[in-house]
Write a protein that binds this ligand. Structure first.
Ligand code: AHR
Length: 663
């Protein structure tokens, strides 16, 4: 640990102010050699990790506003209320047609009689912690219906907390042929409401069956019907991530094997995607979320499409035949693992196969004839032990035999050290695994101390995917963890070590990605949302700066002939971008005093003007918020350069990027 940081921790628990030691002679000179290439930075280097946790998908990214739209939650009417002066016993019935449809068995039968106004017979959906409604935006209502007796008019209304109607439409389902039919209507909202509800009231006399009662905003990402929340996707697109990992996380494993993530159940028409409980529903007794389910409206097709939209390489993670080892730790016997392996092989065909292949055809029929260009896949999330190795071996053989070019990501367990890590890391390196996934949820001081973690890794060995990491201001799974400037600064310092070792570290992603302010289970998270807004945390700003100013090759940057990785709380990495012919230097000053530095650049001539991008706060507790989303955000200044010398004053507690054209 560097002395400044140690002193800070001891005296103030990392939140106070500590004076820096006097600068050593010559310590203010930093030497960069732009001609001395030290690594190749992968295009995938900085990516994002998506998991349906904290209402990240249902209630979050997936823009559906109706909760429990198909009555398939364990409590079939959860989220719904039946009302009305004319309602008699038996007028609303939940029917189960499991023998005919085991995937979406339940629906609602409504016996409508003598109904003329909203107060007579209605059902109201509360949404996911309410429905975020925006003035002037059109809303698309749809429902599957089957008429048992004609004569029903449906009225759809959005209502605010005072009962005021802020948008409405009506429709008359009139197809009385056998089976299910779709009715749709669009209408504009005339007010912005954070927590609206949707009331559906019935007029007339008749009997109608209802299923898949749905409401989407029309302003989804790319305007896709039934699509994703545009503001949330935009925050991802703004990062230009190199990859997107999905669908998790522990959600891949499930509490038990029956609840594991099965991608084949997440494609095709949404009404045919079998709902499953979300494992985060019951995971934490202190953060129970009884209404958390996975509808899979955001399924594997949509994940691939999202990856393509934001220019990220898709990285699906598949179940390795093991349920979460923190929960049931169920294992599929090796003798019965074939279907799991087949799922992996079929996924590659789904993503890359042409439209004549079985699974390529499914993709094409869903609207994407061109392949999704899948290049890598993870087998297992946080799995560990010899049981994992035994299963992984079978997957690896089958996949490499058929698809030798697909890179496989393997788990190294839950922690970046300890016996479990050692067993997997040693074994996987002996096997010459393609990529090993390391996870670290640790306090900020760990991140500062570990900026050199990868300096000792063999650049010719297996590559590292820092697949889940986040500095914890308190401790892992504590509800008191904050996304503050200290957590972000410590990650920025640590990430200098990832970039400096880009020949070892091929990919990295902060985790988790999204959290809904009213429905989260896990904190800290990269992006926080409510029903109407989304903002990037301090940690997001760091991730974004790294991703946007990545470069193509690492180059030498030294102080007194040594790597800059913590001495005097200074951290640095340098790269060039061969595409734009730029020099990019990243520096983190983690002390409470400015540091004056002269950077001598050899190997290339520099333009006379460059850019200085600074992310800084004097307050280590500073946070971004819905009220002040850009409280800690980058500032850009012009930078004059004298020949080969760049003079800088690094602000206290700052992350600074220098960008200069090379001549
Ligand atoms: O990111 C939250 C959880 O942390 C992930 O689901 C799991 O992989 C890790 O333990």
């Amino acid at each position: 640990m560097n002395s400044i940081l140690r002193k800070t921790i001891v005296t103030t628990g990392l939140t106070g102010i500590v004076l820096s030691a006097a600068a050593q002679k010559n310590d203010n000179i930093i030497n960069v050699n732009a001609a001395k290439i030290t690594s190749t930075i992968q295009p995938t280097m900085w990516g994002v990790f998506f998991e349906d946790i904290n209402m990240g998908a249902d209630g979050g990214l997936y823009a559906e506003l109706v909760k429990n739209r198909s009555f398939e939650f364990d409590t079939p009417l959860m989220g719904w209320k039946m009302n009305g002066g004319k309602v008699k016993e038996g007028d609303f019935l939940v029917l189960n047609r499991k023998a005919a449809d085991s995937v979406n068995p339940r629906f609602l039968r409504v016996n409508v009689h003598d109904a003329q106004r909203a107060g007579d017979m209605s059902i109201t959906n509360e949404g996911f912690r309410g429905m975020g409604i925006k003035k002037g935006v059109d809303y698309n209502f749809s429902v599957l219906y089957s008429l048992q007796k004609t004569g029903v008019i449906l009225h759809v209304e959005l209502i605010d907390s005072t009962g005021k109607i802020v948008g409405s439409t009506s429709l008359t389902p009139n197809d009385n042929s056998e089976g299910w039919h779709r009715a749709e209507a669009s209408f504009a909202a005339d007010a912005t409401v954070m927590k609206a509800k949707m009331r559906l009231w019935f007029e007339g006399n008749g009997v109608i069956d209802l299923d898949m009662i749905s409401l989407f905003p029309s302003d989804t990402w790319k305007g896709r019907k039934g699509g994703l929340r545009a503001d949330m996707v935009q925050l991802l697109a703004d990062m230009k991530p190199g990859f997107i990992r999905f669908p998790g996380g522990c959600i891949v494993e499930g509490r038990d094997l029956s609840q594991r993530y099965q991608w084949k159940k997440t494609i095709g028409p949404v009404e045919d995607r079998q709902l499953s409980i979300n494992r985060w529903n019951t995971e934490f007794a202190h953060r129970l979320t009884p209404d958390y389910y996975q509808t899979f409206g955001l399924g594997f097709y949509e994940y691939f499409q999202l990856a393509e939209d934001i220019g990220a390489s898709p990285l699906p993670i598949l179940n390795a035949g093991m349920a979460c080892q923190f929960n049931t730790a169920e294992l599929v016997p090796v003798s019965q693992i074939d279907p799991y392996v087949q799922d992996a092989l079929d996924l590659i065909e789904f993503a890359n196969g042409d439209a004549n292949t079985r699974w390529g055809k499914v993709r094409a029929e869903m609207g994407h004839p061109a392949p999704f260009n899948l290049k890598m896949m993870g087998i297992g999330n946080e799995n560990w032990g010899p049981q994992y190795l035994e299963r992984l071996k079978i997957f690896t053989k089958a996949i490499k035999d058929k698809y030798p070019d697909i890179l496989l990501v393997n788990s190294s367990g839950t922690d970046p050290n300890g016996e479990r890590f050692q067993l997997l890391n040693d074994s996987l390196r002996k096997w010459k695994a393609d990529i090993i996934d390391e996870h670290y949820y640790r306090r900020p001081e760990w991140f500062f101390q570990n900026a050199k973690r990868y300096d000792s890794y063999d650049p010719n060995g297996s590559k590292v995917f820092a697949g889940e990491y986040a500095a914890q201001s308190d401790k892992t799974v504590s509800v008191d963890n904050k996304n503050n400037w200290l957590t972000a600064l410590s990650e920025a310092a640590f990430m200098t070590g990832l970039e400096r070792n880009a020949d070892v570290v091929y990919m990295a992603s902060y985790a988790p990605l999204f959290a809904h302010i009213d429905a989260w289970q896990w904190t800290p998270d990269l992006i926080w949302v409510n029903n109407l807004q989304a903002y990037g945390t301090t940690d997001y700003q760091v991730q974004k700066l790294y991703a946007l100013h990545k470069g193509t090759n690492g180059i030498s940057i030294l102080q007194n002939g040594e790597e800059i990785a913590g001495k005097d709380s200074l951290y640095a990495t340098a790269a060039i971008d061969k595409n734009t012919n730029e020099l990019i230097i990243k520096l983190v000053n983690a002390q409470d005093k400015p540091q004056v530095k002269q950077i001598q650049v050899d190997g290339k001539k520099l333009a006379a003007n460059g850019k200085l991008i600074t992310l800084q706060s004097d307050d280590l507790n500073a946070m971004n918020s819905f009220e002040n989303p850009m409280n800690v955000s980058p500032k850009e200044d012009a930078l004059a350069i004298k020949g080969k010398q760049i003079n800088l004053t690094l602000k206290p507690y700052s992350f600074t990027i220098v960008k200069v054209k090379m001549l």
